[in-house]
Design a protein around this ligand. Sequence first.
Ligand code: 3HC
Length: 339
Amino acid sequence: MTSVLLGEGAQAAGEPAEPLAAFDRAIAADERIEPRDWMPDDYRSTLVRQMAQHAHSEIIGMQPEANWITRAPSLRRKAILMAKVQDEAGHGLYLYSAAETLGTSRDELLDKLHSGRQKYSSIFNYPTLTWADVGAIGWLVDGAAITNQVPLCRCSYGPYARAMIRICKEESFHQRQGFELLLALSRGTEAQHAMAQDAVDRWWWPSLMMFGPPDDESAHSARSMEWKIKRHSNDELRQRFVDICVPQAEALGLTLPDPELSWNESRGHWDFGPIDWEEFRQVLKGNGPCNEERLRRRREAHENGAWVRDAAAAYAAKNAAPGRGRVREQDLTETAVSA
Ligand code: 3HC
């Protein structure tokens, strides 16, 4: 039997015909693929690549904002920022766990991040120079992330799709806190307004790059869309984001740094100016303003956390010792009776 989606003769060497047909039928019927289901090797490796890059982005993304926790201007802002950075750590953990269901360990993925063999989002290689950058990241970076990630809640791979539902709910709070922070600055003193505008000027173009290269240069989009991992192309989502941001910028009283932004009546979308793809390529090559610092800090954090991993492993081994489970159950019963 040939593959429904990939067409006649597309069956990869060594792929068993019957399970492949069942896989294709499931994808065509919009059913979820679950960890124990048979799947083509390329589907598995595409998912691991995307989910790993996504997980790495969440944990590297903690760095630029954590830079401002000690300098947040009020206790309220500090508490909000700490909660947001903690959420990002949680997102990384859900995603590493989801990737583990594909047979790849978290250690292996972290090793690939630390050795530069796997990417993380280009956006986190830019510096957070002022407090307003925390607002711009929330509004633009988390806004772009939501635009990209809401369709991933319908991804064909079950564990990834389910992780994305919770992640998107939290990202939505993040986006709103960024908008609210920028609004407060924009309506504040002249200096505060200028700081907000400067942050938006610096984060706007890198946010558009988050969606990935243009469709005609996107190596993986076509296949990922056939497999319903991605539901929309990079350019479609980028356009959706621009359309959302233009009226929001107006509500904020801020301008977007693109003189070519104009409403296109016939397309029903905002036209925007050219993106500097050379800058994007340089950032991906490791030549962004903060690439070196982000990876160095990540490696240091990993090394400094070795004792926590050792302690957790020792605790798990102790609890796995024969008879240990029974003792604990008995302890619990005794506690319950004496309570
Ligand atoms: N930064 C770094 N690398 C990028 C990139 C970006 N913004 N956009 C694309 N790339 C890489 C791809 O990984 C691929 O590299 P590879 O072949 O070495 O793996 C190459 O550029 C070609 O791009 P494609 O368009 O072919 O790649 P994809 O089909 O994978 O599409 C994507 C790229 C749209 C980013 C897609 O992977 C995706 O939707 N990923 C899930 C979402 C994600 O990773 N988001 C991270 C952003 S931020 C975040 O999550 C944190 C939040 O708190 C803000």
